[in-house]
Every structure is written in C-alpha cells, then in structure tokens.
Unconditional design. Sequence first.
Lengths: 387, 740
Amino acid sequence: MSLTLSQRTPLRAMPDPRRLRSYDWVLLLAVLALCCIGALLVWSATRTRLVADGANPQTYLAKHLLNTALGAALLFVAARADSRVFRLIGPVLYVGSVLGLLAVFVVGSTINGAHAWIVLGGGFEIQPAEFAKLGLISALAVLFAQRAAARRPGTPPGPRDLLAAGVLVVIPLGLIMLQPDLGSALVLCSATLGVLIAAGVRARWIVGLLLLAILGAVVAVKAGMLAEYQLARFAAFAHPGRDPQGVAYNITQAHIAIAHGGLFGQGLFHGAQTRGAFVPEQQTDFVFSVAGEELGFVGSALIIALLGVVLWRGLRIAAASTGAARLIAAGIVCWLGFQAFENIGMNLGLTPVTGLPLPFISYGGSSMFAQGIALGLLQAIHRRSHR
Amino acid sequence: MSFADAVGSRRRLGLLRVLLGSLLLTLLCRLAYVQLLDPHKPQQSAGLTHLGSIVIPAPRGQILDSSGRVLVGNRSTHVLTVDRSTLQQQDDQGRSVLAALAPLLKTTAADLQREITPCGVRVPAPCWTGEPYQPVPVATDIDASVVLAISEHAEQFPGVAIDDQTVLDYPGGTLAAHLLGYTGAVSADDQKADPKLVDADTIGRSGLEESYDSVLRGTDGTRQVALDARGEAVGAAGTDAPTPGDSLVTSIDAGVQALAEKALYQQLMAQRAKGKPAPSGAVVVEDPHTGRVIAAASYPTYDPAQFVGGISVSDYAKLTAPGADDPLVGRAIDGAYAPGSTFKLISASDDLMTGAVNTTDSYPCPGSLNVDGRQKTNYDSESFGGPISLQFALDVSCDTFFYLPAVAEWHADQARVDSGQQPQEQLQKMARAFGVASSPGIDLPADEQASGSIGSRENRLALWKANKSDYCAAAKRGYPDVANPTDRAYLTQLASENCTDGWRFFAGNNADTAIGQGDTTVSPLQLATAYAAMVNGGTLFRPTLGWGVVNAAGKLVRTITPSVVRKVPVDRAYLDFFGNALHFQANHTVSGALAFDGSPTQTLIGGKTGTAEVYGKLDTSWLASWGPYQPGAPVGDSKYVVVGMITQAGTGASAAGPMLRQIWEGLLGANGAAPVTRGAKPVSTLPAIKPSLLSAPASQAAPSPGGHATAGPSSSPDALPTRSSATKPAKQASATRTSR
C-alpha cells in the first residue's frame, strides 16, 4: 500500500507534459495578466478608504485574491470536462441558476438598487445572475446541437428550434429583469444573439427577432400589461440609482479620472480621483476609471488588448470545435466581449450606466467564479479539439 | 453535427469576430480621445461639491474713542489645530502624533482622539461638530512654551498647526461696556437671517457691536481644500484672504468715560456708606452743539470680555440671576426713571409759551395745595412766603408754582372733553417736543434705548387696561404681607381706586406730570438731549455715538453725523432765560449749586436738580447740568451737558450733585489738575487713524476707570417706576462655548 502511494505521488506532482500542452496558453496568460492588473486596481481603489475607516488597507485585496484563486481552481476543474460533462453542463447550470434567481426573491438582498444577491454570511454573497449567463449559453448550445442532429444536414435551425430557444431565454431573462438588473439582461440577450449567429440561424430570423424584442418591450410597457412595481423596476432601468444626479455624478467623476490619466497615467496608487474615492463603485463597475487614471492610455489600452486576445482565442477555439462545444465557446466569447464593451463603454461615457463587472478585473466573487468556469470550458473545448 | 462544419457557420464565426473586434476598436478610439486628444479635459474643481471651504474669520474692526484710543481691539491668540486628514495618512493613523501632543496640552491621547472624531450616529460626545475636512481646534490661548515645542519639532507633529487667531480685546476692561456691547457666536437663527454667516463668525449681540455689526464684521476669507467623496481633505486648492472689518471711531472720550464711571462708582459707594441703598446710577455727557454722546456710564456693569469666544453657561447665569440687578442693562440709555424737578425745564417752557406765566411777574408758591381734594405739598412743605418769580421758582424748585398752571390746563381740557372736543394737553405736547415718550434714536440697537413715558389721559388708560386685573386682585386681597396697618390700608385703598377709576387722568395727575412725577419717565440720555436743546438754542438732536468709519488702511470711509429731530417750539429767549436763571454762580440760590460750594467749577456751570419720589423707596437723585459759561454770558457758550442720576439715594443736591461736581472738576480741571480733555471742550475733529493701529494688537489702551468691581452686590433691588426695560432680560446671548 505504502509502496503504491510512494510510486504514485511523483506522477501526480509532475503533470503529464502532453496535458499541459493541451491548454491554450495564450488565452491562459492573457487572463492571468488581466487578473494581475485587476488585483492591483482593486487594491488601489480600496486601500485609502479602508485606511480612512481605520481598517486593514489590504482587506479587499485579500478577498479579491481569494476569489481569483477560487475562480482559477474552478477553471482547472472545468477544463477537465469530458463529453459527458458537456451533455450535462447545459441542463445543470441552467436549472441551477434559474433556481438561484428564484431564490433571490425569497432570501435575496438588495445592493445598489438591484435585488440580485444572496448573502451567504461571513462577508460572502452570491449573485445567481452571473451563473445564469453561462447556464443559458450552455443550455442553448445543447438545445441547438441536439436539434441539429435531428435535422437534415446542412439546413439552418427552423422556427420550432427558435421557439424552444425562446422559452429557454425568457425564463432567466424575465427573472433578471424583475430584480431589476438591466446589465445582466443585456448580456443574456447578447450572448443569446451570439449563439444564434454561431448556430447558423437565418439572418432574416435574427433581424426579425431583434425587431420583435424591441416591439414586445414597447408594447408591454405601453399597454400596461405590467404591474405597478414592475413598471417601477423598469423605470429604474432607465434611471439606475433612481437619481439622475447620482448617475451623472458617476459618469462625470469617471470621466475626470480617465481624462487625467494621460498617456502613462499618474502611477499606481497615485491617482487623485482614485485616492479620493470620487468615483463610486470604483473597485467594481468603475474599476476601469482607476486603470485610466493611474495606468494611463498605455495601461488601459493594454487591458483592452488583452481582452481582445481573450476574445480572439475564444473564437479560435470555437472555430476549431464542433457542435454544442462550438456554440458554447461562441456564446462565452459574446458574453465576455459584450460585457467588457458595456463596462468600459460606460466608464468612457459611451454606453448607459448599468451594473456590470469588467471581466477578470472587477472585484466580485460570483463573476470571478462564473468566468473561471467559462474559461475552463473554453480550455476543455480546446483540449478536446486538439487531442 | 453535420451543420457545424458548414461553410455558413464558419462565416458566422467570422462575423462575430468582426462585430467584437469593432466594439473593442471603438473603445480604443474613445479611450485615446478622452485621454490623449480631448482639448477640454474636465476639471475636478468644476464640481463645487468637492471643494470644501475652511473659513478664515475676518478680524473684527476695532471701536475707537474720539482721539483714536482703542476701546475694543484685537488680540492675537494661538490656537492649536489638528488636521484629521493628515493624521490618517500616517502609517499609524496619527496615533504617535496624538500621543506626543497630549502631554503638551495636559490631556490624554484618547481624549484628543475623541475630540477630533467627527460626530456621527455612533460617535458619542465629545466629538468634532464641524466638517470632517476642517482642522479641529483642540486648544486655544496655548502657552508660548508649547508653541515653541511644537514648532521646533514640526516633523514630529504632522497635521498639527498653530494658527494665529484674533479675538476681541478690551484694553479698558469694563470701560463703556454697555455702549460697546458684547459679541456672541453665530446661532442658527442668525444664519437664517444672513446665510453668509458661518459658525466661526463672531456677531455683535448688543451695543455698538450689534448696531454697527455689518461695519465691524468684515468679510471672512476661505481656504479651499479639495475633498474626496467622504469629505476628507486631499489637498489645498487656494486661499481667499479675509477682509478685516472696518473700525468705528466713536464720539466716546475714553478719558471722560473713565471719569464718569469713576465718579458714579465712588458716589454710589459713598451713598451706600451712608446707609442708602443706591443700587444703580447713570451719567450721560453730551456735546450740546452736535448731539454727540461723549460718555455714558451705567452701574452696575459687566465685563464684555466674558463674552469673547462665547460666554459660559454659568457666567451668563450669574449675569442674569434675579439678584444680579441686571448688569447687562445700560441704565444711562436703556433705563427710564421719573425725572422729578429736572422736568421743570419742560413745564416752564409750556407755561411761558402758553402765557400762563411770564419771566417778570410773580406767582404763588404755597407750601401745600389742594387739588381734587388731595393735599399736594412742596418738598418738605417748604413755603417761600408770597408770590415768587419763575426764576426763583426754578432756582428753589417750588413744586406748587408749577402745579397751578398744570391744574388750570387740565380743567380747560376737561371742559373740552365734556363738550365732546379733544383735549389739547399742551404740557404733554411740549414734553413730546423735547423727546419724551419717543425713542431717542441713538445709534444703538432699538431695544437698548428707553423711550420713557409722559403722564396723559391716553397713557393713563393704556396703563389701566394693562394693569386693571392686578389692581382689582390686589384690592380684593388687601396686602396681607404688609406689616404696617397704615401702609396696608393706604395700599388697599389705592388698589381699589385704581381698580375702578384707574383709567381717569385727574387734575392731580397733570400736576404730577408738571413736576416729573406720576407716570412720567425719561432716560438719562433723553434728559441730556432735552437740556442740550435748551443750551444750543432749541435743536433737539438724534444723539449718536458713532462718528466715523475707517477701513483697515486707515482711510475714513464714512462720517456719521447726528441728525436734527426738530426745533423745540420754545422761544430762544426763554431757553437762554432758563440757562441763566439756573447758573450756579456763587451765593446764588440754585438748589444744585449747594454741592459745588468750594469748587472752582461752581461759577462756570448751571444745573437743575431733581428729586423723584418713589413710593416705599428713597428718592431718585438727579442733576442735569451744563457749562462752562460765565454768569450772564450766553448759555450757548457751554461745551458740555452732563446728566447724572442715582437711584434710592435722596435729593438731587445730595447724591447726583457731588457726583457731577467730581465730573465737572475733571472736565474743566481743578485743584491743579488739567482738564481730562485738552481745552476743556469736546474733541471736534476726527482723529487720524494709522493703519498700523488697526492691525496691531491694542497698543494705545484706553484708560480704565480705576479698579472697581463689576456688577457689585446691592442691598436691595433697583425698583423704581421704571418701564420694564430696566429689568428686561438681557438679550439672547449665545450661552455656549464653542469647542474648547
């Protein structure tokens, strides 16, 4: 027995070189770089305030690093997914996240105007919407892959496929909109759009669906089909924070911070706006303003470029794979891509302010975990197609 | 799975690549524009919410006397402040700084920490009530040794600063306290009235400090600091220096003021030594030709320095305690008392102008007179045997002489009333023409100057309406606490009559009015102003204390001139006649002259005594005087009018007389001493004010009236038929000390 153990241990400590090579290292290193930058930015964004409160200035950094480590662990676990996992992951993640979204209405807490969190205690809380993104992508991918297998080869998905997909989308989307969380809802829509495009749905169907979605939203609001409180929540979409002054303030302060970064930035920990905590939520939704101010154009552009690398490698993985795996990869890329665009865009005053974290950079456990799983799945797909 | 390899699907992934790539490119372009290309970068200073102002209080202007001597000056004091924001940037959040600072300030680091922590829901007092970014003053008036210790080791005390702050300083101590007034901290009500006021400001609460507050206050400066979202200072953003308040030059002559206060105090003590209660008194010295007040002394008094930086609750309670005799009330201007025979200036004017008497004929002066069935007597029932002239009646102050025309006037009026006409009340009209029963309008707060009152039908009815229920209740009760049965019976009958007929203004009441008794009251200032009109040929001034406003550079920016209220409706010849008739020349019979026997000033002044009877109390002693002028010379030569008053002290000649003798000897010079003011006349030109005088701490201190106590104890309350103002509660003073 002891002999067997001693023989097996070195094998485990030294991973199989073939298995290591099977990872997409470019993708992994780009994400690692983003996570390192993110940790520094979260630290910078929180330390002065913690000092002023007389708390340990590294409190947020430590929690962020713990979240990142857990996310990395999830990545490597998910990267081992095999074909059986791929069949299961769609239904499991989807049902799990929908249950989580329902639980929010029972035991959830309201943070920043959205009823989106389940507080676990000990300073940890979970945001089911983050997992719902991945759950919906996987479920849609499995759906389209299975129905494609039942169809004549070469034909695009038909109306029945789209109807089934629509049912899958409406459930988490509706729950998220009731929270209300406009940002996550938009991410769900864009990820769905990515899956539909990748699945080969006819262009006229896609355009038609987009128009239908817009029309449906308008009719629902105008016709008074929604209850008073629902309307109030939709109104909160249009005015996040319910205080236009507050949003305007946020945008202004972020703009000032980024504008004063210049080419090389004011240096880590030296941004006046950041030190003064002028930008609310500067460690989460507005973390890019910290990058803009302290790291300047060079650092901020690097973040965008690294995100570009992540998306590029993700699409490359998608292109190299088939079936549900390709759709999952395409959906994940669209999710991360749109979320990054919306987040950086609102920091730059391009897009409306919604509560969305910047992938791999922002402070926040749930998003870090969901992104870890998503990247793990990308690596698993990569490994399967390069076996 | 077959569709997955379809060409269309691969093309779809290419589409996604283009879509996502263009999104990222958009971000890069926008980023480059915002960070590198935008010519109009937003500035943080644009957001006012993120600049905090630390107010730098403007030094208050000074109050100077007519020669430029400092009455209220500025003194600089060291204030030690601790800047929380700086402390928190230290590695140990400033714990070592506070630990080093505590022993120097003889406190503990824990106490200092509490003091600088901004008050919050869960922060118990003591805590910092100001904005979190403001440096917190933790000690004022700190020792030079502490200043040295901290400035020598500045590097050990980051965030600790020693500010020079100017606070009001009173080089003369209690000198002219009631005229100068006191200051206080700004209250919420003040800020509602003037939003520009901030907590750090000092506001005039009484006296000249209040009435000239806008002149003296100046404009606060501000130090702008950049704030973070939590309200902590992160950097300086500019300083806007304060503009010091302008200074006020007054007509107060510090030398004369000190002389008057000393004479008042000494005479009060002398009267008390004789067993008289003499709880209070006042002196007014006025320039009859300009209406400027040169001195106004009141006793009891207080120390305005107690109010600097906010008076403590216990000090304020002492000043306003029932037994304290209202030291905050300046009786010279804010007290109204029955004027007694000093009022005969007005009755005689009326008698001459109506033709009831003339200056040549003789009229009766019986020892007693029956008016409406009541015996009215002269002082001590004195009779001078047969008819006397007006001059003699004034000199010896015969009361019955003045009763007769007043009674006749009343009967004529009564006939008018009975026939449905309005009464003429000529005596009352004359009194009002001399300023009685209307505010003197001096440049002090309106509620700090008594209007006095004049006995009349209207006044009587108003009084009765106000007091009827008290009279009737007292008549019913019958004064059980009065021991003497005669007194008890008298008081009960009086109350009973007042209850039913108190509204009636009888002939006897008009007679009382003619000799300054009954319902007639005046303030010492009003009497001085009336006598000034006699001296100057009939001009009744709105008296002033302020003379000029001088800015911090020493430049005169405004001259204040007393305005003329009216010409009194009395022939100039009659006014001159009074002045000459009442001259104290040697061996003359003028009642007031007695106190001046042996004084070199006796042949240089004139005066009218007053002895106002107060039921159950000793008489109020008055003397109104003017001079210097030679016997027979025009009374208009006089440079000063001096009015003195002591309550519960006896006759005018026995108490106010000696007090004014002391003042006149000081004013004119006597016994080898030079006059207090050069030339024995009021200062006639504004002093040149050197800028250095205004900025430097008071170097040229005003003389002090001599070491006498303030608010001295008195044996009995100052109860006279004064209007309520003499006992009104002191004005709202901020009875809180600002932090430390």
